[in-house]
Design a protein around this ligand. Structure first.
Ligand SMILES: [Mg+2]
Length: 177
């Protein structure tokens, strides 16, 4: 049987957006992240990451540091009782329109294929409207966290959920599932 998942953007959603984070020591989790994922875990969701990393193409983010950052984030989740399966990343420039780069759905579709995910019952969560759009293009519902990138200023379809914290979003996902 196919599983349901929540796909997460990384920067500005799970951890503080440090703009081209390259130093694993600078990882800083956002408030309510662990409570949110434990709640979703208890309702049968598994977890995958989908992160645009144009900093790799720009030469600002070293690939070995990117791997170490994702290893540490997964380890911290494991310490908090959460099995975070994998981060997918798109190391392409912002102007490439690469299928793997959000707002395109390539990373989400790859995750769905690798882990046998039922996209119709899955969600994409991010802090930008391009995250929301990537989720919709993949056939998921989407949630927007925070108020830096607003649906009313975007040409993309609005998210099904919009809230200020990840815990509020998790509670809404559970209520709508
Ligand atoms: Mg982000």
């Amino acid at each position: 049987m196919k599983k349901k998942a929540v796909f997460f953007d990384r920067d500005g959603t799970l951890i503080v957006d440090k703009i081209y984070l390259n130093d694993p020591d600078q990882i800083e989790f956002l408030p309510t992240v662990f409570d949110a994922l434990r709640l979703l875990r208890d309702h049968g969701f598994c977890f995958l990451g989908a992160t645009n990393q144009s900093g790799v193409a720009r030469g600002i983010v070293k690939i070995e540091n990117l791997y170490e950052i994702h290893r540490r984030i997964k380890a911290e989740f494991a310490r908090n009782g959460v099995d975070f399966l994998e981060f997918y990343y798109a190391p392409y420039m912002t102007d490439t329109d690469h299928f793997m780069r959000k707002p395109n759905p390539g990373m989400i579709l790859s995750g769905a294929s690798d882990y046998s995910i039922d996209l119709k019952n899955s969600w994409m969560v991010g802090d930008k409207m391009l995250d929301v759009e990537a989720g919709h293009r993949a056939g998921c519902r989407s949630a927007l966290i925070g108020f830096a990138d607003l649906p009313e200023n975007s040409n993309f379809s609005p998210p099904e959920i919009h809230a200020g914290s990840l815990l509020e979003i998790a509670q809404s996902i559970v209520a709508m599932s």
